[in-house]
Structures are given as structure tokens and as C-alpha cells.
Write a protein that binds this ligand. Structure first.
Ligand code: HEM
Length: 387
């Protein structure tokens, strides 16, 4: 393939790609593992190339956007103190303390699912679960569920279209919600609720409190991290278990195998498609010369199915593949929310498997795959039979 960045090797937004992103990535990976497109610039499809980027943050900077992005868009040394502020919020203790709330939310949601009637998993289960746990974890009111849900959808649409004006409007709208939450707490002073949001407002970075701009950016990244990926993960997991009834039965009988199984299913079918970097010097990857200052797209959804590392990408082998699974990334930006996400998905499935006896695709319902930048489904009709 020509080494000329002006000639696209593929079109990530073509209908045939969006229809089934993961299968298309599988075919491109073997033909053109480092591919140029106008939309994603340099896309890395292979596990080895992605690892090289994750392990060399000096050459592959995370400062790929002109907007402030705490901590996702930062490099060391700037990144380090923000990361230190964030990590304790996802410690074992913090996650364990949140588990009973999460279990309650899961139980109530499952109770409300129709028994023996078709329903859309995305609308009635995955999205609602993600919204409710996010708001409960942050200490945000239930009245934010609806606006946040709409915000996530608009954010994805604007990102897919790369519509800068729409993206700015969507960001502005989110900032408004956050501003409201911060102001309420400031006015309450000592009476402010003792929750994650208030606690973040009291954190210091480099010896000073975080500015509202920094707090808003950080909260936006947590919200995107949680709402998009958790919601996609839930529908992917239910779809996979409906297609693999033997595995569903095995996990219902051996609940301790759930954590590794969840990670492996989400390796096979990625909830998060990609992240970006920018080169700080000329490099060569996969036989392509990439100049300094070029944008790179790390395609998790492809790297995690690389046959050079995993063999048959669809083979379910949690033990064999666990160590090299890039579901939560690697290196200095590895997902700080992973312990929380893992607990939330495990608890949801524990509750689901103990109350649901049958799980099948709804007859006459055609599932629809979500499109970039989201993984999973936009519509997933199913029927469950409760115990
Ligand atoms: C299944 C769910 C999730 C998946 C698959 C996921 C995946 C990832 C990945 C792959 C990265 C690395 C990005 C990069 O290298 O550029 C990342 C970073 C991040 N994630 Fe998650 N994540 C999930 C849930 C969460 C949750 C629940 C939160 C917080 C509430 C969260 C917050 C973040 C943040 C703040 C970063 C940036 C870290 C940094 O730049 O140092 N994620 N996530």
C-alpha cells in the first residue's frame, strides 16, 4: 500500500464498515495493519503496534486535542498529579463501599424487566443501569438521568460526524450541568453532601485547588468513561450470553468465574473502540513512516483480536488471554476506573444470572450494532424468563 497520507487506505465511516465494525477491522488488520484515513488519520490495528505506543508516551503524546482534557489528554509531568488525585476514588475500599448501592440498583432494575415479553436491552437495561450507577457514585440527583442520557447520545453523534460546532455545544451543555452541581455545593458550604463530587472539589493539584475548568473536564471524562463503556458492555455481555447458553449456565453455576469471563467477552467484542495519540517525532510503525505531529488512532477493538497474539480471536479463553487483554488499556493512562467498572459489571451479572432462567433474542427483532465511536448495540431486543 502506498505510503502517502493523502491517499486514504480505508474509510472508517463507510456504511459497510459501520454496519459491522469489528468484522471489518479483522479484515483490514491482515491487509493493512497501519492504515491512513482522513477521519482517523493513522489507525493502528495490531496488538504489538498498540503496545509500542502505550509503552512510549514520550514519542506518542496524549495531548492530541486542543481542549483541556483532565487527565486523558495530558502527558507527564503534567499528568502525574491529576492521576494521583483520581486513583484513590477507585481504591478497593472505595469500590467495596459502593458495592451494596450498585447491587440494589441492579436488583431493582432486573425486577422491573418484563418477564416473557420482548424488550430493548439498550433502552431498558444497559443505559439505565449506567446512568443510575454513575449518578449514585458521584452523588448526583436522579433528575440528571434524562439530560445526561440525551447528552451521551448527542456527544456520540457529534463525535461520529466530527461536527466541531455540535461538539462544542454538547460540551457547553455538560459544563452547565456540572456548574450547577458545583455551585449547589459551594452555597451549602459545610452542609454540602459528603460525596465524591464535594470531595473532588476539595482536592489540590500542585498545591492549589483545581479550577472549575479542570473539575468540569475531569468530571466529563469520568462521565464519558462510565456511561458509554458500561452501557455498551452490558448489552455486549447479554448478547454474548444469549448466543452461548452453555457458558451462561456454567457462569450461573460457578459465579467465581464471572470476572475473568466478563473481561474475555469484552476482549472479543469491544465496548470502547479507540483512543488517540499524537507523534512527537518521526517514527516508523508497521513499515509506514509517520512524521512528527501526526494523529494516531489506537484501535482497541482490533488490537484485542489480533490473531498473532490471541490465535482465533473469537475463541473464548479467559485464562490464556487475560494477561494480554487490552480492555482497560496499559501504561500510564491505563483505566483508573477499571476496579469500579469490573465490580459494577460483575454485580450486575451476578444479580441477573440468579434471577433469570432463560435469555433469548426476541423473535422478529433485529439487533442493531452501535456505530463508531461506540461499541456494542444501539438496539437489542430480547426475551427473558425469570426464575
Ligand atoms: C468497561 C468499562 C471501561 C472500559 C472498557 C474503559 C477503558 C479505558 C481505556 C482503554 C483507557 C485508556 C485510554 C488511553 O490509553 O488513552 C481508559 C482510561 C480512562 N478511563 Fe476507563 N474504561 C471503563 C470504565 C471507566 C470508568 C467506570 C471510569 C470512571 C468512572 C473510567 C475513567 C477513565 C479515565 C479518567 C481514564 C483516563 C486515565 C488517564 O488518562 O490517566 N473508565 N479507560
Amino acid at each position: 500500500m502506498a505510503n502517502n497520507p493523502r491517499k486514504p487506505d480505508w474509510n472508517p465511516r463507510a456504511d459497510e464498515v459501520l454496519k459491522d465494525q469489528i468484522r471489518t477491522y479483522d479484515t483490514i488488520r491482515v491487509k493493512c495493519a497501519v492504515a491512513w484515513s482522513d477521519y482517523q488519520h493513522w489507525t493502528l490495528f495490531r496488538h504489538g503496534d498498540v503496545m509500542r505506543v502505550l509503552e512510549d508516551h514520550q514519542t506518542f503524546s496524549s495531548a492530541a486535542s486542543s481542549h483541556l482534557s483532565v487527565p486523558n489528554g495530558m502527558d507527564p509531568p503534567e499528568h502525574t498529579p491529576y492521576r494521583q488525585v483520581i486513583e484513590p476514588y477507585f481504591s478497593n475500599q472505595a469500590v467495596n463501599e459502593f458495592e451494596p448501592t450498585c447491587r440494589n440498583i441492579a436488583r431493582n432494575l432486573i425486577k422491573r424487566l418484563p418477564d416473557g415479553q420482548p424488550f430493548d436491552v439498550v433502552e431498558q437495561f444497559s443505559r439505565t443501569f449506567a446512568l443510575q450507577i454513575q449518578c449514585a457514585f458521584m452523588g448526583w440527583p436522579d433528575s440528571l438521568h434524562e439530560p445526561l442520557c440525551e447528552w451521551v447520545l448527542k456527544n456520540h453523534q457529534a463525535t461520529l460526524a466530527r461536527d466541531r460546532k455540535a461538539m462544542a455545544e454538547v460540551a457547553h451543555k455538560f459544563d452547565g450541568y456540572i456548574h450547577g452541581l458545583l455551585e449547589t455545593r459551594r452555597q451549602a458550604g459545610a452542609n454540602a453532601p459528603r460525596d465524591v463530587t464535594t470531595s473532588l472539589m476539595e482536592e489540590t493539584v500542585n498545591g492549589r485547588p483545581m479550577t472549575d475548568e479542570e473539575l468540569t473536564s475531569l468530571l466529563r471524562n469520568w462521565t464519558v468513561g462510565e456511561l458509554g463503556t458500561i452501557s455498551s458492555s452490558v448489552s455486549i455481555l447479554l448478547n454474548y450470553l444469549s448466543e452461548h447458553p452453555d457458558l451462561r449456565q456454567r457462569l450461573a453455576d460457578h459465579i467465581n468465574e464471572l470476572p475473568d469471563a466478563i473481561d474475555e467477552i469484552l476482549r472479543i467484542d469491544a465496548p470502547l473502540m479507540s483512543n488517540r495519540r499524537v507523534t512527537t517525532r518521526d517514527v516508523e510503525i508497521g513499515g509506514r513512516r509517520i512524521p512528527a505531529g501526526e494523529k494516531i488512532t489506537i484501535l482497541w477493538a482490533s488490537a484485542n483480536r489480533d490473531e498473532d497474539v490471541f490465535g482465533n480471536p473469537d475463541a473464548f479463553c479467559p485464562r490464556k488471554n487475560g494477561d494480554r487483554n487490552l480492555l482497560y488499556g496499559a501504561g500510564i493512562h491505563v483505566c483508573p476506573g477499571a476496579p469500579l467498572a469490573r465490580m459494577e459489571l460483575r454485580v450486575l451479572l451476578e444479580e441477573f444470572l440468579s434471577s433469570v432462567d432463560t435469555l433469548e433474542p426476541a423473535p422478529n427483532g433485529q439487533p442493531e450494532r452501535a456505530v463508531f465511536p461506540t461499541g456494542g448495540f444501539s438496539y437489542l431486543p430480547m426475551i427473558i424468563g425469570k426464575r
